[in-house]
Ligand binder design. Structure first.
Ligand code: SF4
Length: 426
C-alpha cells in the first residue's frame, strides 16, 4: 500500500527547504487559494499548537484540505514552487496532508468562528467535493444550508478513488470539520429531480453540484459487455478475478481501474490507449504507480469491437496513426485479442442537462467537466460566493481556479473557454 503521509523527519526536511517566498507563487497556483507559504511557516515551529494553527490556515481556504493533500497532482502549487530553481519543488500536497493528519491526531481542531445567522436558506444538491465546499462557504456566511445527496455517503466521485490513494475515512474527516461550520442539514439518500423546484420550496438559492453521473460511451459494437469505471470502482470485489483484465482509456481514472484490478487479484492488466504513452495526461506518480503494479499499456491502438466468446471477452483492435493532429485507424491492422475476464471502460463521464434559472448555479464537474478535487473545491467556493452576491448584492473576489483547460469569469463559475475533452482518456 502506498504511504499516504510523510514521516516526521521527511516533514521537517520538506518544511526546512521552504524559502518563504514573499510573492507566494505556491498560493497563486492553488485553485482553492490555499497558502503553503503561510501554513509551512506556521507549522515549522513544530509544536502541537503550531500544527493546529497550520491546519486552521489550510482548512479556512480549503475545507477539503486533507483530501486535496492526498490527491492533488503536481501541476498546481508544486509546479509553481520556487524551490525547483535550486533543486526540486517542495512536496506541498504531502506536507499539507501530513500537517492535517498530525493536527487531527492531536485532538479536535479549533472550530471555525461562528457567524450570526442571516435568516436565509439555501440548498446544495450533491455532496461531492464541489457541493461540500459550497456548503462550507455558505454556512460560514450565516446561511442555513440544506445539502441533498442521492447516495448514503458524502464524497461524490471522490468515493471512486481507490483507498490506497484516498481512504474513505479521510473524506469523513474533512466532512466532520465542515459540519462545524454552521447551520448545515444533511439529507442523505434524497434525490432532487429538478433543482429549480427547490426555489418554490422556499430556498433563496440553489447550488447544483451533482457531478457527471454517466459513463461516456465509445460507440463500438459490444460495448455493453464492458463494465463502466463507475461500476467497477464502486464495487471492485464484484469483479474479482485472477484472470486478465482490459482497461479501455488512458486517463487518471483508467489508471485507478488498472491499479485496482491488479490489487483485486488480476494476473495481467492491459490498458488500451489510442494515443502515444507520452500523450497520456498523467502525473509522475500515476506513471510510477503503473510501473510498480506492472500494468501493460498498448498505445496507438483503438478498440473497435468487444465480443463474448464462451466465458471470456475478445477485443478487436486496430493500430492508429497521426494524420497531422488527427488520429486515424491504420487500414488492415485489425487483430483479435481474446481471453479477457473483464473489460473496463474508462473513457470519461457525462453530466445531465442543466435546468437554467436565476439563483440556481452549477458547480464542479457538472459545470465544467471532470477535474481534480481541488478544482471542484474552487468551483464550489466560487459558486457559493456568486450565489451570495445574487442573494445579497455583496460581491466578493472569486477564487480563480487555475485549471488545465478551464478559465472562469471573474466572480463567476461560468466557463468561458471550452473544456477541452481529455483525448488521452480514449
Ligand atoms: S513557492 Fe515553494 S519555497 Fe516558496 S513559499 Fe511556496 S512552498 Fe515555500
Amino acid at each position: 500500500m502506498k504511504k499516504l503521509y510523510l514521516t516526521t523527519a521527511q516533514l521537517k526536511s520538506e518544511m526546512d527547504r521552504c524559502l518563504y517566498c514573499a510573492e507566494k507563487p505556491c498560493m497563486k497556483a492553488c485553485p482553492a487559494n490555499c497558502s503553503p507559504a503561510d501554513f509551512i511557516t506556521t507549522a515549522k515551529e513544530d509544536t502541537d499548537e503550531a500544527y493546529r494553527k497550520a491546519a486552521t490556515i489550510i482548512l479556512k481556504a480549503n475545507p477539503l484540505g486533507q483530501m486535496c493533500g492526498l490527491t492533488c497532482p503536481d501541476q498546481f502549487c508544486m509546479k509553481a514552487c520556487s524551490r525547483q530553481h535550486l533543486d526540486v519543488p517542495i512536496k506541498i500536497p504531502a506536507v499539507q496532508a501530513t500537517i492535517l493528519e498530525k493536527a487531527r491526531s492531536l485532538g479536535a481542531l479549533e472550530p471555525p468562528i461562528k457567524v450570526a445567522p442571516n435568516n436565509k436558506n439555501v440548498a446544495v444538491v450533491g455532496a461531492g467535493p464541489a457541493g461540500l465546499a459550497a456548503a462550507a462557504v455558505l454556512a460560514r456566511k450565516g446561511y442555513s444550508v440544506t445539502v441533498f445527496e442521492g447516495a448514503d455517503k458524502v464524497g461524490g466521485a471522490a468515493k471512486l478513488i481507490p483507498d490506497a490513494r484516498l481512504p474513505y475515512e479521510i473524506i469523513e474527516k474533512d466532512w466532520e470539520y465542515i459540519k462545524t461550520f454552521g447551520d448545515i442539514t444533511w439529507q442523505m439518500n434524497h434525490r432532487i429531480a429538478n433543482p429549480v423546484d427547490l426555489l418554490k420550496d422556499g430556498y433563496d438559492g440553489v447550488i447544483v453540484a451533482i457531478g457527471e453521473p454517466h459513463s461516456a460511451k465509445m460507440g463500438i459494437p459490444g460495448e455493453k459487455l464492458a463494465v463502466s469505471f463507475m461500476d467497477y470502482l464502486a464495487a471492485p470485489e464484484k469483479f474479482k478475478t485472477n484472470g486478465n483484465i482490459a482497461v479501455l482509456g488512458g486517463g487518471a481514472v483508467a489508471v485507478d481501474c488498472a491499479v485496482t484490478a491488479r490489487d483485486n487479484g488480476a494476473e495481467f492488466v492491459e490498458m488500451f490507449v489510442r494515443r502515444r504513452i507520452p500523450d497520456m495526461k498523467l502525473t509522475m506518480e500515476e506513471r510510477k504507480w503503473l510501473l510498480d503494479k506492472m500494468v501493460d499499456i498498448t498505445s496507438m491502438t483503438r478498440v473497435k469491437k468487444i465480443e463474448k466468446i464462451n466465458d471470456t471477452y475478445t477485443l478487436h483492435t486496430c493500430k492508429t496513426q497521426f494524420n497531422g493532429a488527427k488520429l486515424e485507424d491504420i487500414p488492415e491492422t485489425t487483430i483479435k485479442r481474446p481471453g479477457f475476464a473483464h473489460v473496463i471502460m474508462a473513457v470519461g463521464s457525462i453530466a445531465d442537462p442543466k435546468t437554467e434559472a436565476e439563483k440556481v448555479l452549477y458547480a464542479g464537474d457538472c459545470s465544467h467537466g471532470g477535474s481534480t478535487i481541488v478544482e471542484a473545491v474552487a468551483s464550489g467556493k466560487n459558486a457559493a460566493n456568486e450565489l451570495h452576491a445574487a442573494i445579497t448584492g455583496e460581491i466578493e473576489e472569486a477564487v480563480c481556479p487555475i485549471s488545465r483547460n478551464v478559465t472562469y469569469k471573474a466572480k463567476s463559475c461560468t466557463v468561458i473557454e471550452g473544456v477541452e475533452k481529455d483525448e488521452s482518456a480514449s
